[in-house]
Every structure is written in structure tokens, then in C-alpha cells.
Design a protein around this ligand. Structure first.
Ligand SMILES: Nc1nc2c(c(=O)[nH]1)N=C([C@H](O)[C@@H](O)CO)CN2
Length: 119
């Protein structure tokens, strides 16, 4: 099954970073999520209850960053992947988390976290 639900360019302001000055500010992160989901059932029923509701997943990501202040992008990715899989029963998650403009002369830094099956 190669069906997916996508959330691209999710912008969130978060307290995140290793250095003292980063603990005092909010920084913009940009996330892309690729979520394994069998879209045949909602495709036939036309019911959001059968779908992986991307609005609900987006709200979960925003709420997590409101409640947590990780140091590393990796820590955010690991926790979010586990939370999304657990809460929504998603079999596989690919998360890209970008921190734009943090390094001079570099457009984006970021991490990719893949957990579960995206086969
Ligand atoms: N692999 C990572 N490297 C770094 C991270 C990170 O989250 N993952 N973070 C930082 C600092 O917080 C950076 O954003 C500012 O220099 C450094 N390296």
C-alpha cells in the first residue's frame, strides 16, 4: 500500500535550540509530514471519519510544540513521530523538520525522521 496523506510547509513557532540565547526566543520551523494511510475507505465513503484527518494531525503538532521545548530537531522529530503513530494509528511516518536561516549562508538546516513502515 503506497497511499499517503501529506502535510507540507507546516510553519510553527517554537522554543528550540541548544544555546542559551535560543531558549529565550521563538524560532520558526517548517515541517513536511508524509503519513502512510490506506485512502481506499475514505475514497469510497467520502467520510472524514474514515480518513486520516490532516487538520487533526496539524493541530497535534502545534500543540506539541506549545507544550515542549526541545533542544534538538531530532528530539522533536522522534517525539512527534511516536505521538502521531500512537494517537492516529498511522503505520509509518516520514517527518522533515527544517530550521530556516539559522546559519549564515545556508537556506535550511534540518532532519529527516522515518519511523514505522512506509513500504
Ligand atoms: N543535528 C543537529 N545539529 C544541531 C542542532 C540540531 O537540532 N540538530 N541544533 C543546533 C543549534 O540549536 C542551532 O540551531 C544553532 O546553531 C546546532 N546543531
Amino acid at each position: 500500500m503506497s497511499d499517503r496523506v501529506l502535510i507540507e510547509g507546516l510553519a510553527v513557532d517554537a522554543v528550540i535550540g541548544v544555546y542559551d540565547w535560543e531558549r529565550e526566543i521563538q524560532q520558526r520551523l517548517e515541517l513536511d509530514l508524509t503519513l502512510a494511510w490506506d485512502n481506499r475507505t475514505p475514497g469510497h465513503s467520502d467520510r472524514v471519519d474514515d480518513a486520516l484527518d490532516y487538520a487533526a494531525v496539524t493541530a497535534t503538532v502545534r500543540d506539541w510544540f506549545a507544550d515542549n521545548q526541545p533542544e534538538l530537531l531530532e528530539a522533536a522529530g522522534e517525539a512527534l513521530a511516536a505521538l502521531i503513530r500512537d494517537r492516529f494509528g498511522v503505520p509509518g511516518v516520514r517527518l522533515v523538520i527544517r530550521k530556516p536561516g539559522i546559519l549564515p549562508g545556508v537556506r535550511n538546516v534540518g532532519v529527516v525522521i522515518e519511523r514505522g513502515s512506509l513500504a
